[in-house]
Ligand binder design. Structure first.
Ligand SMILES: Cc1cc2nc3c(=O)[nH]c(=O)nc-3n(C[C@H](O)[C@H](O)[C@H](O)COP(=O)(O)OP(=O)(O)OC[C@H]3O[C@@H](n4cnc5c(N)ncnc54)[C@H](O)[C@@H]3O)c2cc1C
Length: 408
């Protein structure tokens, strides 16, 4: 869907057909898809240029196919660094190698690349939204120091810490408070020209470390590290990781330097504590929530972008065209989006995978100890079989496949 359809005339009494609040990844892509379909869209975000904030930095797996379907893969390809092999290591030994396309990109560059695709049917407004009102016919958006925007449909794509939902009586239900910690930092090789591999994933070796995995991959002109951890945020290890990242990593993952090469951490260590939340009471007149505004994702599960792209595909290509074809925007219409079985399945998958990654990393009961053992042994054995017979390994991989892995 890359061709732009001609814009339709605006309905009486509204400034725009669809107002989208939040121009991060969700709101921006939703605006592109709707704008290309010919809807008059107003996209409002407090940042004219998205700042350097720590969010997703690696796009892979189903996310690539979804971006292709939405006509946005080319824009990603131009802005990101592509790589096709990841060496997966645990306790100093190679588990297996992942052969699939991945893209490394900083989040502000990703949002910037997408914003560059906004068609003429989308009006971008830089400003902070201070209030929203929703109803069965018309939605109102108040922007600090600017005139109000009125629309037939309001899409809230305001991310994790959104307070606007309160105006609408929509609450956040905590599925898991302080689910995981994610660290992000840049590396450069020490004592050599280059690292041993362009991309490597190093899995935690001991439950007591609480480390799920460390992703090392190229992004812009650096090697980027994303470390996914299940530990209390007040744990002294967390402070040590922020203050002495190299020493802390080398101590916790003793085989890392041998597997990847000696390194130096450059710039500061960013970290993020994630709550898993789902919006409640959201079948309301006039407003639909997408992306993190609806449900947040555990970064270790790598499902945030998959979820938001599913929200966008279902909302913008299936439901909005039906809603706009008849008058009104009552809650009964909006409910169709939340009851969409494809969306529901994706949302459930995000929650299941978040809980799976946490249990696989830190649960100590007999069941999880056994599952952990089987999980990593299976990967190692398949890797060995693959060396002799790739076809047989591929067949085995399809049999009794455990729950989906994040696209490491
Ligand atoms: C550290 C970290 C690592 C992650 N890693 C991965 C990963 O590896 N794989 C993966 O798939 N997902 C990952 N995720 C999840 C993914 O980044 C998010 O799901 C995704 O970025 C959500 O995008 P969004 O557009 O919904 O929200 P955001 O990108 O947060 O956008 C929200 C926008 O709303 C705007 N806004 C909010 N309130 C207002 C207001 N009142 N007025 C105007 N504008 C407003 C903000 O300015 C912002 O631009 C990670 C998340 C984190 C935090």
């Amino acid at each position: 869907m890359t061709a732009e359809n001609p814009p339709r005339p605006l309905p009486a009494g509204t400034d725009t057909e669809i107002a989208i609040v939040g121009g991060g990844l969700s709101g921006t892509i939703a605006a592109i898809v709707l704008g290309r379909a010919g809807y008059q869209v107003t996209l409002i975000d407090r940042y004219p240029v998205f700042p350097r904030e720590f969010r997703v930095e690696k796009i892979a797996g189903d996310q690539i196919e979804k971006l292709r379907r939405l006509g946005l893969l080319e824009a990603l390809e131009k802005a990101a660094v592509a790589f096709d092999e990841i060496v997966n290591v645990r306790r100093g030994r190679v588990l297996d190698r992942t052969h699939a396309r991945h893209y490394g990109i900083f989040y502000d560059d990703l949002v910037g690349a997408m914003r560059a695709q906004l068609p003429k049917t989308v009006r971008f407004v830089a400003g902070r939204v201070s209030g929203v009102e929703a109803g069965p016919e018309r939605q109102r958006v108040s922007i600090v120091g600017q005139s109000e925007v009125t629309a037939r449909l309001l899409v809230l794509a305001t991310g994790m810490g959104d307070i606007l939902k309160r105006d609408l009586g929509i609450e956040r239900k905590f599925v898991h408070q302080r689910q995981s910690l994610t660290f992000g930092f840049n590396l450069r090789p020490q004592g050599s020209e280059a690292f041993r591999h362009p991309a490597l994933t190093y899995y935690g070796g001991r439950v007591s470390d609480g480390i799920d995995y460390l992703n090392l991959f190229p992004a812009a002109d650096v090697t980027r590290a994303n470390l996914f951890v299940f530990r209390e945020h007040r744990d002294p290890w967390v402070k040590a990781m922020r203050e002495r990242p190299k020493e802390t990593l080398v101590e916790t993952l003793p085989g890392l330097v041998k597997a990847f090469g000696d390194f130096e951490v450059i710039d500061r260590v960013e970290n993020w504590l994630t709550d898993i939340t789902v919006a409640e009471n959201c079948k309301r007149d006039g407003v639909a929530l997408i992306g993190d505004a609806y449900q947040t994702s555990c970064p270790a599960a790598g499902t945030g972008v998959s979820r938001l792209l599913t929200d966008i595909e279902r909302l913008c290509t299936v439901h909005v065209p039906q809603w706009m074809a008849s008058p009104g925007m009552a809650a009964a219409k909006i409910a169709q989006f939340y009851d969409d079985t494809v969306k529901e399945a994706m949302d459930r998958h995000g929650l299941n995978l978040a809980s799976f990654r946490r249990s696989l990393t830190i649960d100590t009961d007999l069941q999880w100890r056994a599952r952990r053992q089987i999980h990593f042994s299976r990967r190692r054995i398949l890797h060995e079989i693959n060396k002799v017979s790739p076809a047989f390994a591929a067949t085995l991989r399809g049999i009794g496949k455990p729950r989906a892995e994040p696209a490491t």
